[in-house]
Design a protein around this ligand. Sequence first.
Ligand code: IPE
Ligand code: IPE
Ligand code: MG
Length: 266
Amino acid sequence: MKSFSSAEMEAQSLVVPLPRPIDPEKMPQHIAIIMDGNGRWANAQQLPRAMGHRAGVDALKRTLRLCSDWNIKVLTVYAFSTENWTRPKEEVSFLMTLFERVLKNEIEALNLKKVRINFLGDLDPLPSRLRDLINESIELTASNTGIQFNVCTNYGGRHELVLAAQRLAKLAVDGKLDPTLIDEKIFAGELFTSSYVDPDLLIRTSGERRISNFLLWQLAYAEIHVTDTLWPDFDSISLTKALIDYQSRRRRFGGVDSHFDQQFKA
Ligand code: IPE
Ligand code: IPE
Ligand code: MG
């Protein structure tokens, strides 16, 4: 009899059905999440911050699984910002070790779930063992057909825009690109997210109403859902609420609702 590894069993276990109040026809294609509040979660329970980050990993596993089961095409999460290096060095090194351990432990299960993983950000300053694992994981899952899962690591929106400008300037100086031809499409093509549609929905946990240098270009028309829930407590009810909130919005993209269309017609 064939015996299954725990990763295989997890991949084969039941798909979580989409909760009834959510309309399957109006799902966002791309969800972006600022996973905030790990420290406050730990603090509230008189635990060290590290325990909050550990619990945050469980919340991420849960959320990825739900997004995959609910047919979200792209999930992009903010794991470590270019500004997070300013934290105490013990916390930074704990986070780097945690990323490495989680990736090593989870990659087999993610692959079996057909997840395609990518890491967005400037990966050069990361510890070399983590970088190697990242590259192996990207390669291993590159031809998977399930959810696209992007982990923003040493990511900063301003840094991403500067890198794009540098690359375009170099092409222009080398005579390979006419600067007057640079348009939004060409510019977006130089961003880490060039292969993905822009996020439709941005979720930020722990109540903070700011972007914190996340996806500055790509969030131009995202609907924003802020919840007071701390990231480690984010669960299927929280995601359901975010999706219901999203589906209640009228996205106008600078235009007007169609029922106003007639007003300026002669
Ligand atoms: C988010 O939680 C995780 C990372 C930035 C790595 P925080 O660590 O920012 O938690 P708070 O905001 O201090 O509660
Ligand atoms: C944003 O959270 C970055 C990540 C979630 C990785 P921060 O905790 O770093 O953001 P601020 O300091 O509240 O703006
Ligand atoms: Mg924070």
